[in-house]
Design a protein around this ligand. Structure first.
Ligand SMILES: [Zn+2]
Ligand SMILES: [Zn+2]
Ligand SMILES: [Zn+2]
Ligand SMILES: [Zn+2]
Length: 90
């Protein structure tokens, strides 16, 4: 599902666990990755990962889907799913 990021208003795929431009959890907004950590994982196929939609510009695969779950439980807890529904746009 598509959601609007509560922080930067970007339109994001909720399978991503974080906002690719800010590193914040999509459900609770907690900062999960620092700017430096984000930079370390901003490449796939040796091409940059788009910081607005989180897709690799080489293979178009969605990134940031395999991070550890957030403290709020996202993506595994139902409460986090409910929190995410607030930002749903479709
Ligand atoms: Zn954002
Ligand atoms: Zn969270
Ligand atoms: Zn994009
Ligand atoms: Zn790629």
């Amino acid at each position: 599902m598509l959601i609007r990021c509560p922080g930067c208003e970007g339109i994001l795929d909720s399978r991503m666990l974080i906002c690719p431009s800010m590193g914040r959890c999509l459900a609770c907004g907690v900062k999960r990755l620092t700017g430096d950590e984000l930079k370390q994982i901003t490449r796939c196929c040796f091409k940059p990962i788009c910081s607005c939609c989180g897709h690799c510009h080489g293979c178009h695969a969605l990134q940031y889907t395999d991070l550890l779950p957030c403290e709020c439980g996202f993506p595994s807890s139902p409460t986090a799913e409910v929190a995410l529904e607030k930002f749903r746009i479709d």
